[in-house]
Design a protein around this ligand. Sequence first.
Ligand SMILES: [Zn+2]
Length: 192
Amino acid sequence: MSTILSEVLQANETYAESFTKGDLALPPARGFAILTCMDARLDPAKYAGLSEGDAHVIRNAGGRASDDAIRSLVISYKLLGTAEWFVIHHTDCGMEFFTDDVIRGLLASSLETAQLGEGGFTDVGEGPGSAEAAYIDWLTISDQAQAVVDDVARIRNHPLVPSRIPVYGYVYDVSTGRLVEIPAATEAGAAT
Ligand SMILES: [Zn+2]
């Protein structure tokens, strides 16, 4: 068994031994949802004070308002009653370090993990790669604050999202653990 697999299963065994949350309701008790990045340095349960059953947390690369993130948010309110949403990106996000062209080139070259150096990512693997990457919008980020505004605005303007739900826009600072509001985003996401 891989070390990672055994570590995870052991940790789960320990968690389950003292588990006391078996009777939680399905809808999130505190009625809100967070869309945030998958970055390993971010722990939404800790930075936003969540316990099991409190809130929906939707994560992807960048915390972007992709079609699939919106699918989850719509289910979150329509079926499970959330009434306030957060879009939380963060400083030093990996999505700022490449473009669509870069990742398409890397994946066309090989499927090995690329190396990150001074000049950005370079591919060091054996081919073949795949041209399939050309068909994916990777939703990379060139300006983090603007990306939060864009994602909040996309959610706000989506025809399946009711105007009563406020959408707040923040950037989590990975060096301080602090949430920093992006006022233009929160303004764009205001409920009406
Ligand atoms: Zn990130």
